[in-house]
Design a protein around this ligand. Structure first.
Ligand code: SF4
Ligand code: SF4
Length: 392
């Protein structure tokens, strides 16, 4: 199979590394990182193989590899690298680069490559959503209930259009990844039977929801009990609380839109309200640990943080906090300017969050889940006749 080499690939990936210090050109391919990686046992040598691909400019192969997304950034490999090449940071930077390459609009590349690009896109989305909301804002002011101040039907319509556009964008990104995977594996002679696909989807979704693979990265399991972190602070638990809390809020909002008349009042014990509130509190718990560890910068993988590493958890935190405040102000005896401001801010930020999903680090939700499907599919019976991993 013809192979295209991009001699600038390593330099381009380095632009996505935290703090501009990433230098995997120091890697001399010893394989220590692969030996210690808890997830490499069933694959042909990642992260070493990914680093080698970047060093020799094999962009096509790198972007087609599901292994890039199977890494859970535990940082174990970085701690044991004799050349201080920081393979865990390389994997994070390569994923950030891949998000930009899967997206056809060029916005993801801009958002992931620089803090300014990220902020510009955020500001542009915020300005558009604010202008659209203000265009329908009721001028009667603070004495109005929240969904009369900003008409519920208008928020609903904007939300549907936004989800449709973002869904299309996400589909295109995932399709781009899938086509690269398919083309690459077929070229390598890997059989991909469609009959095995449903089973692969089931395996991937159960892995993603139970964090089975992430739990395999739990290095605490090997430590003496006295030295172990409490279970509720372990990385996979923290990740599960952020993801689970977010999914609970998304489910509550979706069901609320579908089942409740738009803008109608709901009692505090309304099930969707309780689900969303509990999800928000659980999500905030995980986010507070993530942000604290990033601020401390002591614990792997939080020792180095790029702008994108900060941006997404902060945006999610402010969105959740304003959402919880909305739950409070909606029951105040009389509406207030403060309540309206919080509500307006929350709606804009929630729309920003959805709009930026396929463009930022947040996109790993899509690509990792899809990569788990591809991985399970590739390993389905009657599959492998050759592997690019053997060649490098
Ligand atoms: S990244 Fe480090 S541990 Fe991994 S192969 Fe290179 S030198 Fe060895
Ligand atoms: S960060 Fe952890 S999961 Fe990722 S490659 Fe390194 S050891 Fe493996």
């Amino acid at each position: 199979m013809a192979r295209v080499v991009d001699v600038n690939l390593l330099r381009k990936i380095k632009q996505h590394g935290a703090g501009g210090t990433l230098d995997v050109s120091a890697c001399f391919n010893c394989g220590n990182c692969t030996a210690v990686c808890p997830l490499a046992a069933d694959s042909a040598g990642f992260p070493r193989r990914m680093i080698r691909m970047a060093q020799v400019g094999m962009e096509q192969e790198l972007l087609a590899s599901e292994d890039l997304w199977r890494c859970y950034a535990c940082g174990e490999c970085t701690q044991t690298c004799p050349r201080k090449a920081d393979p865990a940071e390389f994997m994070a930077a390569a994923r950030s680069y891949a998000i930009g390459r899967y997206d056809f609009t060029g916005l993801a590349a801009l958002a992931n490559r620089s803090a300014i690009g990220n902020l510009l896109i955020f500001a542009a989305f915020s300005a558009v959503f604010s202008a659209l909301l203000l265009s329908k804002m009721n001028p009667a002011g603070p004495q109005l209930p929240l969904f009369s101040f900003l008409p519920g039907q208008w928020i609903h319509d904007m939300g549907i259009i936004l989800f449709a556009v973002v869904g299309l964008s996400a589909f295109c990104g995932v399709a781009s990844m899938g086509v690269r995977f398919w083309t690459q594996r077929r070229g390598e002679g890997v059989a991909l039977p469609f009959t095995a696909l449903p089973g692969a989807v089931f395996t991937a979704l159960s892995d993603a929801l139970t964090h089975r693979r992430f739990r395999e990265c739990d290095r605490e399991q090997q430590s003496p009990p006295a030295l172990q972190e409490p279970w509720h602070q372990r990385p996979w638990v923290v990740h599960a609380t952020v993801m689970g809390g977010f999914l609970a809020m998304l489910l509550a909002t979706t069901l609320d839109f579908m089942l409740k008349p738009i803008g109608s009042p709901a009692p505090p014990w309304y099930p969707m309200r309780i689900l969303g509130l509990v999800g928000g509190i659980v999500c905030l718990y995980g986010l507070s640990i993530v942000l604290l560890r990033r601020a401390q910068g002591k614990q792997t993988p939080y020792t180095k943080s790029s702008f994108a590493d900060w941006f997404f958890p902060i945006l999610l935190t402010v969105t959740v906090v304003t959402g919880i405040l909305c739950e409070v102000v909606v029951y105040l005896p009389s509406p207030s300017t403060f309540g309206h401001a919080i509500f307006f801010t929350h709606v804009v930020l929630a729309m920003d969050l959805v709009a930026m999903l396929p463009l930022t680090k947040f996109a790993h939700v899509l690509y990792r889940t899809f990569a788990l499907v591809l991985f399970a599919w590739r390993r389905a019976p009657a599959r492998l006749t050759a592997s690019v991993g053997a060649e490098i």
